[in-house]
Design a protein around this ligand. Structure first.
Ligand SMILES: Cc1ncc(COP(=O)(O)O)c(C=O)c1O
Length: 464
């Protein structure tokens, strides 16, 4: 009779795999700063090495990891190094990266504290640290999600619930057919993911009342329509192009008088609250109702980690809970009852490591350094004849070369292909431009110089 499978020594294989993985990762990071930012054509071509039929038999894990490192690593974009300036994405701080590795070995399921005491304990601690660091209401809830898109789903579904509930409509039970309409007011500059979430939540895009913005992409307060207890106002802290901030405090003041809900998309810009130099951009933002941001953007944790904060945890619980949705004042809920996922990874571990290793001062320096680099970049581009199209209020630079605006997409593509740096093209107030977002802890003065030199070289060749 076959005996019970002997598991002794099985985890030894994991220990060996971890050593191999660490060695490959070390080699990868050691060469990353001098490596091309975007992979070469031959490195991309080599991805064909993965195109094999599903193996029929098991093999030594080392062979799989070696294959991954050999052909996968060179075909990555060097987002973890200092000259990736796309998507407002940072790298991974040393402590956060190390914590991710430890957390991978732990393989925790965050569901409730019966599945991961450490995962849940760190979530609570990190939530308090974040509310304090950012200056948000201490009783707000913090949900750990994949990114701003998922966080927006949490916040806007709580808003929808709250606004309809006040009008006697239980959207969870009754659905949306026949429900009173919510008056959605949004910046004409809002990020597209907000439209996606609104439409997922049944709030039709045709009904959005868009508010015109000023030159730098911030809501014009005088153009804000009259708000009522039925209004949901979508604002942003950090325009994805210009980095501008809506006058959130003033909007919240008006909204609070009538009981409207104000949501803040602060995917990267919310971190400005950690800087004494930049906090004024967010004046009064703590009086809004919900806020969303990404740790994987400016806090430089590894992908993917977004945070959904809500003034009224009860409203989040009402829409996300899988058990009876009631939450007493001051109580905290199991993680599974505050975000869309039933079970998920222990993202708070990396956020905890990032915050603990940086401290308050380190987060502030990270924000300030990136903003300083943005100014240096803008000045370098200006001295090469570029026009800077945005006010540099934060970490974003939008630039174009007057008379050659039609060449900006090709310019971005040429710099990407050169391997020196990575940024994308954009359109800003009807003008074609390049957009450079500086959010990485790795970026140094020399990276800014190399990037502006590369732009200068490529535009010269393009125009010749
Ligand atoms: C202002 C803003 N909102 C939303 C998003 C989407 O964030 P995510 O990709 O984490 O969902 C971004 C991404 O750059 C952004 O800048």
């Amino acid at each position: 009779m076959p005996s019970i499978i002997n598991t002794t020594g099985r985890l030894e294989k994991s220990v060996r795999a971890m050593k191999i993985a660490l060695s490959h990762s070390k080699d990868y990071l050691s060469n990353l700063e001098e490596r091309r930012v975007f992979p070469s054509a031959s490195d991309i071509e080599n991805l064909k090495q993965f195109s094999e039929p599903l193996p029929a038999r098991s093999s030594d894990p080392r062979r799989t990891l070696d294959l991954l490192a050999k052909f996968g690593g060179p075909a990555t974009t060097a987002t973890a190094a200092g000259r990736f300036f796309g998507l407002v994405v940072g790298g991974a701080l040393p402590a956060a990266l190390g914590a991710r590795i430890i957390a991978s070995a732990w393989d925790q399921v965050v569901f409730s504290d019966s599945t991961s005491p450490v995962g849940v304990a760190l979530e609570k601690i990190v939530a308090n640290w974040l509310l304090d660091l950012l200056g948000l209401p201490v009783t707000a809830s913090a949900g750990f999600v994949t990114g701003t898109t998922a966080g927006t789903l949490v916040c806007l579904s709580a808003a929808r619930h709250s606004l309809l509930h006040k009008r006697g409509w239980d959207v969870q039970k009754q659905g949306l057919w026949g429900a009173p309409k919510i008056h959605v007011v949004a910046s004409e500059q809002m990020h597209v993911i907000n439209q996606k979430i609104l439409s997922l939540l049944g709030m039709g895009l045709a009904d959005i009342e868009y508010v015109p913005c000023d030159e730098n992409g911030a809501i014009r307060l005088e153009a804000l329509p009259e708000l009522t207890a039925n209004s949901l106002v979508l604002t942003q802290a950090g325009n994805v192009n210009s980095g501008s901030f809506d006058p959130i405090g003033e909007i919240a003041e008006r909204a609070n008088k009538v009981g409207a809900w104000v949501h803040v998309d602060g995917a990267f810009g919310l971190w400005a609250a950690a800087s004494r130099n930049k906090r004024n951009l967010l004046q009064g933002f703590e009086n809004a109702d919900s806020w969303v941001t990404d740790a994987h953007k400016w806090l430089n944790t590894p992908y993917d980690c977004g945070l959904a904060f809500c003034r009224s945890p009860k409203d989040v619980h009402a829409v996300m809970a899988t058990v009876a949705p009631y939450l007493k004042e001051g109580e905290t809920a199991a993680p599974k009852d505050m975000v869309p996922e039933f079970s998920r990874s222990a993202r708070a571990i990396e956020v905890w490591a990032a915050l603990r290793s940086l401290g308050r001062e380190g987060v502030e320096n990270l924000v300030d350094d990136c903003c300083r680099h943005a100014e240096t970049m803008a000045n370098a581009l200006k001295s090469s004849g570029f026009e800077i199209l945005n006010d540099i209020v934060l970490n974003q630079v939008v630039a174009t070369l007057p008379g050659h605006e039609d060449k900006m997409t090709e310019l971005a593509s040429r710099v990407q292909q050169s391997g020196e740096a990575w940024f994308g093209p954009t359109t800003w107030r009807g003008r074609n431009a390049i957009r450079i977002s500086i959010s990485s802890w790795v970026t140094q003065d020399n990276d800014i110089k190399r990037t502006s030199d590369a732009i200068y070289k490529e535009i010269k060749e393009l125009l010749n």
